[in-house]
Design a protein. Structure first.
Length: 131
């Protein structure tokens, strides 16, 4: 499974992403500063980074996000006015997988891995400006 989150200090503003991949006993964390962008770009880029990091595309993947926007544009047919190139890139990446489920989780509701990816996204921003 994969948990993803994007964070933005201001919107637009300094942004970061967090990803936790957990497959059996193996886990991987990703924290990346994205520069000045929007929260939606951060959320979508987190999903892309998760997909890029998964090596076995034949195994079923559950990808969790608290971003209704990401679920909407990637799985529910919402029409995006912005971020079309990024959305197209994610859709191309999704075609490499046999089975991916995008799952909406409630943000800031105490789910341990969702809280962890939020922390990783915020740390990416904080670390960029601390030094």
């Amino acid at each position: 499974m994969a948990f993803t989150d994007g964070a933005c200090s201001g919107n637009p503003g300094p942004a970061g992403l967090g990803v936790v991949l957990a497959f059996g006993e193996h886990t991987k964390e990703i924290s990346e500063y994205l520069g000045e962008t929007t929260n939606n770009v951060a959320e979508l880029t987190a999903i892309l980074r998760a997909l890029e990091a998964i090596k076995d595309t034949a195994k079923p993947v559950e990808l969790y996000t608290d971003s209704a926007y990401s679920i909407g544009v990637l799985a529910k047919g919402w029409k995006a006015k912005a971020n079309q190139a990024l959305i197209a890139e994610i859709r191309r990446k999704l075609t490499e997988f046999d089975d991916v489920s995008l799952v909406k989780v409630k943000g800031h509701a105490g789910h341990a891995l969702n809280e962890k990816v939020d922390e990783l996204a915020r740390l990416a921003i904080a670390n960029e400006f601390s030094g």
